[in-house]
Design a protein around this ligand. Structure first.
Ligand SMILES: NC(=O)c1ccc[n+]([C@@H]2O[C@H](COP(=O)([O-])OP(=O)(O)OC[C@H]3O[C@@H](n4cnc5c(N)ncnc54)[C@H](O)[C@@H]3O)[C@@H](O)[C@H]2O)c1
Length: 249
């Protein structure tokens, strides 16, 4: 393995690692030598951890007060130290007509998909700054760049993820931290079940993807390794699309 991408002995925390993109990112980190802890809302996170060779699966629901902090401390305990790599992947989606969008859904989406990212970044940075190194990867979206349909809370959260990535990068790059974001395009995961099942929207989306297919969890593995490794030491504040060319079309 090229040493530039080697993650042997690195400690990593991946939120929302139970399925979809987070699970694939955790698998990639493990394949390149990292010790990985994944988090999820259900008990089955322990089984997923076993399945992929993560050292632990930690249960935590970021809708509940204090859970981000609890999960971070539990991760440090099993990692026997602070993470070298933090992947903020957990997020939720809610769809409703904009004029009827429930306040409750707004608050829930912002809590999990933005506030938890903000809190987790701060917790990790406090530990990474004294080490003068650390890789923080936030998961943004195409919806960081445009508004989508009937997903105002998710659009606000992902716009926010892109912006806090830049804000934290500006603050912490001088301490040797790399804070960047991956912006997946349209990926075939549980989160998009409704879109995939809607034949009109499905066709509209596919028509605009130059690669002419939905992305898969495997498609985010390469960039995850790049942004976690020494190969990206001079990459700061970037929000990088993995979208089959969607943004450029
Ligand atoms: N699927 C896509 O097309 C797509 C596109 C752009 C961005 N993204 C982003 O990629 C990331 C992963 O998406 P996915 O499609 O794999 O999603 P998914 O719904 O399959 O998985 C989401 C993960 O978040 C965790 N999670 C959900 N609610 C939570 C809560 N309340 N507290 C803590 N964790 C919670 C789940 O346990 C799960 O592991 C998300 O940030 C998503 O916004 C996905």
């Amino acid at each position: 393995m090229n040493q530039m991408f080697d993650l042997t002995g690195k400690k990593a925390l991946v939120t929302g690692g139970s399925r979809g993109l987070g699970k694939a990112m955790a698998e990639a980190l493990i394949e390149f030598g990292a010790k990985v802890v994944i988090t999820g809302t259900r008990e089955k996170i322990m089984d997923v951890a076993k399945e992929i060779g993560a050292i632990a699966g930690i249960q935590g629901d970021f809708l509940l007060d204090g859970q981000v902090e609890k999960v971070y401390i539990a991760a440090k305990n099993v990692l026997k130290g602070s993470p070298d790599i933090l992947v903020n992947n957990a997020a939720i989606q809610r769809r409703a007509l904009c004029e009827d969008f429930p306040d409750r859904d707004w608050n829930d989406v912002l809590s999990v998909s933005l506030s938890a990212v903000f809190k987790m970044c701060k917790l990790a940075a406090k530990d990474m700054i004294p080490n003068r190194s650390g890789k923080i990867i936030n998961v943004a979206s195409m919806i960081s760049f445009f508004g989508g349909l009937n997903i105002p809370a998710y659009a606000a959260s992902k716009g926010g993820v892109a912006q806090i990535t830049k804000s934290f990068s500006n603050a912490w790059a001088k301490y040797g931290l790399n804070v960047n974001a991956i912006a997946p395009g349209y990926m075939a995961t549980d989160m998009n079940e409704a879109l995939i099942a809607d034949s009109t929207r499905n066709k509209q989306i596919l028509d605009r993807i130059p690669a002419a297919r939905w992305g898969t969890p495997k498609d985010v593995k390469g960039l995850t390794i790049f942004l976690s490794s020494n190969a990206s030491d001079y990459v700061n504040s970037a929000v990088i699309p993995v979208d089959g060319g969607y943004l450029g079309s």
